[in-house]
Design a protein around this ligand. Structure first.
Ligand code: 3PG
Length: 218
């Protein structure tokens, strides 16, 4: 069980956000991402098969750390953990989610974009937050500005992140990882083109590594 959000995020500077429509895609998709070097996967609870897909990945792809995303309610949280989620990501935050994370010991990455939300998450014991939707919430400029009053908070920008702006986020000292779906284009998933997905995953890892080498922060 991963108790600390830092523990799983330090495993990977890029977290793929998976929307799985066909359960049979879950394992090959996870293996393709892992083959490209992405070992921390977020399965969003947005599709009918999401929980069984998460469970299938947990059972069949031990080399990855798999969590649940789009967790909005206490019921979502419990169902995700029952399906094997090793961490939980929410687009927002609530006392119920904070309590469940504390009680269960399953790491929670809550959403926060405003100063008030960052304050609430941080004082509640969650100093790492998902900055979502990043592109329409002020992007890298907003995360940099939030670093002034909140020097001990770390951000995971997600939503509109891709090769075109990955570097802007990774250059910030308070960005610990980025999340996104750009390495999982819908047409490649539909076609079962796992090789293409591995290549995109591997390109995202190479970009993260070169950003680190060039003065990024992870
Ligand atoms: C999420 O839920 O984290 C986002 O939908 C991912 O955003 P993206 O598809 O713009 O990367």
């Amino acid at each position: 069980m991963l108790k600390d959000t830092y523990q799983f995020l330090r495993l990977s500077p890029v977290v793929p956000v998976m929307v799985i429509n066909r359960e049979e895609d879950a394992v090959p998709m996870a293996r393709a991402l892992a083959a490209g070097g992405l070992r921390v996967l977020e399965v969003t609870l947005r599709t009918a098969c999401a929980l069984s897909a998460l469970q299938a990945i947990r059972d069949a792809v031990p080399e990855v750390t798999v969590g649940a995303g789009t967790v909005c309610t206490a019921e979502d949280f419990s169902a995700a953990v029952a399906a094997g989620a090793e961490f939980v990501v929410s687009p927002g935050q609530s006392e119920a989610l904070f309590d469940l994370s504390r009680e269960s010991g399953v790491a929670l990455l809550p959403g926060a974009v405003t100063a008030t939300e960052v304050m609430q998450a941080t004082v509640s014991g969650f100093p790492v937050v998902k900055f979502f939707p990043a592109s329409t919430s002020g992007g890298a400029g907003a995360i940099k500005a939030l670093g002034g009053p909140f020097p001990n908070t770390h951000f995971v920008p997600t939503g509109g992140v891709g090769p075109h702006n990955h570097g802007e986020y990774a250059a910030l000292p308070n960005v610990i990882a980025v999340g996104g779906s750009w390495m999982l284009p819908e047409e490649k998933v539909l076609a079962g083109d796992w090789q293409a997905i591995s290549q995109l995953a591997s390109a995202s890892v190479a970009a993260a590594e070169s950003l680190q080498a060039g003065g990024g922060t992870q």
